[in-house]
Each structure stands twice: as C-alpha cells, then as structure tokens.
Design a protein around this ligand. Structure first.
Ligand SMILES: [Zn+2]
Length: 479
C-alpha cells in the first residue's frame, strides 16, 4: 500500500512536499520516512498531488508520525498555542471557567511513554505540563484516557482527521495546530475535573444532609401521626361515651327552641318543633358527627337536598353532601374526629359521616321521599359513593315538582298523623278501660263494704233478736 504522505524527514527536520524544489524531485530530495526511516521519493508530477512515497515498503503509520513531528516542529517554532475555553459540566449544564486563551510555553517534547504508535506532544511551562493529542485516524482509546485521568494532566486534542492527502496544505495545517480552535477540544482538563469533583462532593454532602433532614422529618411526621392518632382516639372515646351522649342530648333538647341554627333551618320548612315529622328526628348510629341536635341537621339536609329547590340535578351524591358540609363557612357544626374513623382500628367499623348521611337518606327513602339510584343499588359500594334521586324533582316542571313533592309530603304527613292519632286513640281507650276497671273495682269494693255492713247489721239484729228471745224465755221460766 503506497500512502501519499505530505511530509518527509531530512536532517532531523520535517519537510513538507511543497518545500521540495523541482531539482530535488525523486530520490534527490534526500528525505526519509519519519516512521520507518526508509528512503522516500518526492513525487512532483502533474497528474497526482505532490507527495512523498516509499520504495516498496508497507508503512501504515507514516502519516501519523509525520504529523506529530510536524506539529512538534511547528509548536517549537512558535512557542504558543490557542486553547479552547475550559468548562465543567454539572447535571448536564455547562459552566465556563476560563475563556479561550493563548498558552505561551517553554518547551515541546514528544513522549512515547503512552505507546509508540501514537506518541503525544507535551508542552511544558515551568512545572506544569499539557498533553497535545493529534488525531489523524485513531480516536484516543480508553486505556490511554485512563492513564491521562490517573496522571491528572490536561490534554487537548487537535483533530486533523478532516484533512486528507489532497489538502495537507502546509499553511492550513500549521494554522490548525496553532490557532484553529475549531479543531481543538479538551479531552481532559484537570481544573474542570477538580471543579466537577468539588461539585460532586458538595452535592454528596448536601444530599447526605438532606437525607438526614428527611429522615428527621419523617420521624417527626411519624411521631406526630402517632400522637394525632392517640389524641383523636381519646376524643372519639369521650364523644362515644354514653354519659357524654346523654348529657349532650339533654342540653340540645333544652336549647333547641332558642338555637339560632334551628330558627334559621326551620324558616324554610312548614314544620315546628311540635309537628316535626318522625323522619326528621331519626336516631342514627354515629349521628354525633354532627355537633348539634339531630333535628337541626336532619331538617337542614332535608331542606337542601331532599326538597332542594336550589339543586339543579335531581341526583344527590353522599360525596357531594359531604363536600357541601365541609364548605366554609360550615353550614353545620361538625365533630371532625367523627367524620372518618377508618384510620382508628378501634373504631374502623363505626359509621362515619358518609354512613350517617346515607342512613338518613335511606330513612327518607322509607317515607317515599328519596330513592337510591339503580346504579347505586347495582354496585352497592361504600356509602360515600351512594347516589340518591329526589322523588320531589322527578318531573321537569318546577311547579309540578313542588306539587308532586307536596303531595308526597302530605301523604307522609297523613301517615304520620294517622299514626299519632291511632296512638292517642289507643291511649284513650286504654285510659278508659283503666277508668272503667277502676270504677268497677270501686263499685265492687263498695258493694263488698255495703254488703259487709248490711251483713253485720243483719247479724247484729239477728243476734239482738236471739238474745231478746232468750231473755224473754228466761223471764217466762222465772215466772
Ligand atoms: Zn515509513
């Protein structure tokens, strides 16, 4: 293989083919190969580009060696080199440490300690060193990079691989070596590396501190959670204590007539405390989630969600009722601890707000005022996801809605009244019966007593008679 090399070695100096005069063509050039030191022929023909050629010798690395030697020679002559900017990369972000610069150095050497095939040029200034890599065909291999890394010597690469045999123009290549920043790149920069390591250390330290902080916060959170849990448990236990419930109910019972909330709630209804339908005073397990008399919350939910003239849809979701109750300002006083009890294993089966609301709507369902939707009935999920349909707004006509509802309500009321009436009839009957029985008893007693008296009277009379008769007889006998 005949490589057309643009450089030859003459008396220890690299000579470019363009420096060979016409009279020196062929063997008269007195040049040898920089790599294998065999005699070169200067080919200055018209057909091919001017070049040196070996005489039947296979010398694949001639070009690389020649270029290294040429670069060394150029650098020795100028004693300076333009260097690219120095930047470090941290988390995919580039930070420039030093801008592009010119390095003036004292000496240039070619070192072969990294291998003989691609030697490196080393620039020295005082005690510091800079490696210059000339890339012709070979990329720097990982072995070499590891060595550079472990020696911690900054290395800049000059990439001459874009040049080929036809354009190794001496001036252009010289410029590429000295000035051409577009051909240069830091393969390793000790300052950038030191900065990256520093950043890494800071990052690791921060990370470690952050982890400690996080662990602390987590522990605090855990502690807080445990504390909250035990405090909530105590409050719930207190609330569910029978004594508490009874005393709360008694207090509410006494206060309800003057309770501003009740006054406000009952405004929208045609009921009073004295004719309140039974379904608005239903005892429901877990009802203490509402921190007020049950008549207040039941009447309010009934007014808003069952009559619900201000509700657009005829459907009411338990979830949306809860959302409404949580809206500020709160429409009703709530015992927040009782809202959700699933997190207390001790009370996980105790009904929370969703179950209480669902139960209330189911009671209204019994009175024909509401109805769980078919979908709810089909799925039978948790109370929170139940949906009810308001019977009152089944018709699309608003007027119709209210009359429908009023009729239903009237019916419910009639049923209720009949029940009350029946109860009072029953009571009257019982009272009458009792009265009658009492009278009967009294009569009997009286008769008994009268009979007694009569009997005694008769007895006494009889006795008196007998005595009288006896006395008379005795008198007759004496006579
Ligand atoms: Zn050679």
């Amino acid at each position: 293989m005949d490589i057309k090399i643009p450089f030859g070695l003459r008396e220890g100096k690299i000579v470019h083919i363009s420096d060979i005069a016409e009279v020196e063509r062929g063997l008269r050039c007195r040049c040898i190969c920089p790599q294998c030191h065999s005699i070169l022929i200067a080919k200055l023909g018209v057909k091919n580009v001017h070049h040196f050629a070996h005489q039947n010798v296979d010398c694949p690395f001639a070009l690389e060696t020649a270029l290294h030697l040429f670069a060394k020679q150029v650098l020795e002559e100028t004693k300076y080199i333009h260097l690219p900017k120095v930047a470090y990369y941290w988390h995919a972000k580039e930070t420039v440490m030093y801008p592009e610069s010119i390095l003036y150095f004292d000496s240039v050497t070619i070192e072969t300690r990294f291998g003989t095939i691609v030697p490196d040029i080393i620039l020295r200034k005082g005690r510091s060193e800079l490696i210059v890599e000339i890339k012709v065909t070979h990329e720097i291999d990982s072995d070499k990079f590891d060595k550079i890394f472990s020696m911690d010597i900054s290395t800049v690469e000059i990439d001459l691989s874009s040049f080929d045999n036809t354009n190794f123009n001496k001036a252009v290549v010289t410029r590429a070596i000295i000035q051409g920043l577009e051909y240069k790149e830091w393969i390793y920069n000790s300052k950038a590396m030191a900065e990256e390591e520093r950043q890494q250390k800071i990052y690791e330290k921060d990370q470690a501190e952050l982890n400690i902080q996080r662990a602390k916060e987590e522990e605090e959170l855990k502690r807080q959670r445990a504390l909250n849990h035990s405090q909530k448990l105590i409050r719930v236990q207190r609330l569910l204590d029978l004594g508490t419930i009874v005393s709360l109910r008694n207090r509410w019972e006494k206060e309800i007539a003057d309770n501003p909330l009740w006054i406000d709630v009952s405004k929208g209804l045609s009921f009073t405390l004295f004719n309140l339908p039974k379904y608005l005073n239903s005892e429901i397990e877990g009802e203490l989630v509402f921190n007020c008399d049950r008549r207040i919350w039941q009447a309010l939910l009934f007014r808003v969600f069952c009559i619900g003239s201000n509700q657009r849809s005829s459907l009411v979701g338990v979830k949306s009722v809860i959302e409404w109750l949580k809206k500020k300002p709160y429409p009703l006083p709530l015992n927040w601890d009782m809202m959700y009890l699933k997190d207390l294993p001790e009370y996980s089966n105790h009904p929370g707000i969703a179950e209480v609301i669902c139960e209330f709507f189911l009671i209204l369902t019994q009175y024909g005022l509401m109805k769980p939707t078919d979908r709810t009935l089909a799925t039978r999920g948790a109370a929170y996801y139940w949906w009810f349909e308001r019977i009152s707004s089944k018709s699309s006509q608003k007027y119709q809605i209210s009359t429908d509802f009023l009729n239903l309500h009237k019916e419910a009321k009639i049923v209720e009244l009949q029940r009350v009436k029946q109860a009072s009839v029953d009571r009257e009957e019982r009272e009458l019966e009792y009265k009658l029985s009492r009278e009967e008893q009294e009569l009997e007693d009286r008769l008994d007593r009268e009979w007694d008296i009569e009997y005694r009277r008769n007895y006494m009379a009889q006795k008196a008679k007998v005595i009288a008769e006896r006395v008379a007889k005795e008198k007759q006998i004496k006579k």
